[in-house]
Design a binder for this molecule. Structure first.
Ligand SMILES: CC(C)(COP(=O)(O)OP(=O)(O)OC[C@H]1O[C@@H](n2cnc3c(N)ncnc32)[C@H](O)[C@@H]1OP(=O)(O)O)[C@@H](O)C(=O)NCCC(=O)NCCS
Length: 357
């Protein structure tokens, strides 16, 4: 994708302050709720030399830094695209077709077992959820609007007691209850005028990596590797950044799934000294308007269930809370539960954000 020169916006520039806009006061850090402390539930996965089973009698030995392998499987009565997610020790089913569900589900179980993965996660069509349930899967969340406007049911199967057990679950339930009890402030949010929000450009990759490295102790995707970022940058994933005094102080991305017209809002990070000033809200709104322009229907996120801030941001923006994925990925130094928030982009106002030449 070639970046247009007018894809940047000055948030809260006088021309952008529309009716109903709420000025954001400078933030008092004491009003920010800290994250719930992590409790590691299982060992981190080795990544250096990895042997993965692709099928009976077929393995691959990968050397280097291996996060995972995308792989097509098929058999009598089914086919599916799966991700052998070594980093997060899970099998992700990206899409599937089946006439023989039993055969598909047994193949998924075989793959998980052969690779030592203790979670299988599948975005199932609503018509299929009972078929998965009968094989020990649980409904963890509903990704509304995910399949081109139709819901996806996140059906998961756990294959170890440690993966199934979330030590923070009760605290996380109370955190969500607290957030949902707060009335979101109406109207768009604008941070102070010296903050500049825009879509990212290739020159931003270095500073983006520095920002992500300074914030995330571990991350479930190869986000801090330049060659990975160069590959996905503004093609598979749109990045938006917020600058202050010439430095990138916050960033977020939208990982796009154009086949189903859904996008995951992810990679959300605001430098500690810039939090609570509405920067993440502004970045996410910038990404939403770009996704809407490209005819995406579903925007969703998987927010760290221990992070009050991340969940507060999506609630404030009007997203619907739709479930929790237990011990879903290794982020911030430990496996964590992730909360699902979704939005139907068709219901977003049609006005684009103000453009600054
Ligand atoms: C989560 C995070 C991205 C939030 O970024 P941010 O720029 O501070 O968010 P915003 O200022 O846009 O917040 C929007 C609203 O949520 C509120 N909020 C944000 N963090 C909060 C916190 N920790 N406690 C209470 N409220 C919080 C803000 O005050 C604001 O509410 P308001 O509009 O009523 O004032 C940031 O804290 C962060 O980078 N955390 C570490 C990385 C991380 O965990 N990322 C999530 C990965 S899933």
């Amino acid at each position: 994708m070639s970046l247009e020169t007018n894809d940047s916006i000055e948030i809260n520039a006088p021309s952008s302050t529309g009716p109903g806009a709420s000025p954001v006061p400078s933030c008092d850090p004491s009003r920010l709720v800290p994250d719930i402390d992590p409790v590691p539930v299982k060992e981190r996965a080795p990544l250096g030399v990895v042997e993965l089973a692709l099928d009976e009698g077929q393995t691959v030995r990968a050397i280097g830094l291996v996060y995972g392998i995308e792989h097509e499987i098929s058999g009598d009565g089914f086919r599916a695209t799966v991700f052998l997610d070594q980093y997060n020790q899970r099998l992700r089913v990206y899409n599937y077709e089946a006439t023989d569900y039993e055969a598909l589900i047994l193949k998924l179980r075989w793959l998980a077992e052969a690779n030592g993965f203790d979670k299988i996660i599948c975005m199932a069509f609503p018509r299929d959820w009972e078929r998965f349930l009968r094989h020990g899967y649980v409904l963890e969340a509903i990704l509304k609007y995910y399949h081109g406007g139709e819901d996806a049911l996140v059906m998961s199967k756990f294959r170890s007691q440690e993966r199934l057990t979330s030590p923070n679950l009760m605290q996380e339930i109370l955190l969500i209850e607290d957030i949902l009890s707060r009335e979101p402030m109406p109207g768009p949010r604008h941070p102070a005028p010296e903050h500049h929000v825009r879509l990212a450009q290739p020159d931003d990759i270095g500073p983006l990596i520095d920002l992500f490295r300074s914030i995330f102790r571990t991350y479930p995707t190869p986000l801090i590797h330049r060659s990975y970022l160069e590959n996905v940058f503004q093609t598979e994933s749109l990045f938006a950044v917020c600058e202050h005094d010439g430095a990138i102080v916050a960033a977020a991305s939208a990982e796009m799934h154009p086949r189903v017209r859904a996008a995951e809002l992810t990679d959300c990070a605001t430098r500690a000294d810039a939090r609570g000033r509405g920067l993440m809200s502004a970045l996410l709104q910038r990404l939403e308007s770009e996704l809407k322009r490209r005819d995406f229907i579903c925007a969703y996120t998987m927010a760290r269930a221990r992070s009050f801030g991340m969940n507060a941001v999506f609630h404030q923006l009007g997203y619907e809370f739709n479930g929790r994925l237990v011990n879903n990925c290794d982020i911030f130094g430990a496996y964590e539960d992730m909360n699902i928030w979704v939005r139907d982009l068709r219901r977003l106002g049609t006005a684009s954000p103000p453009q600054v030449p």
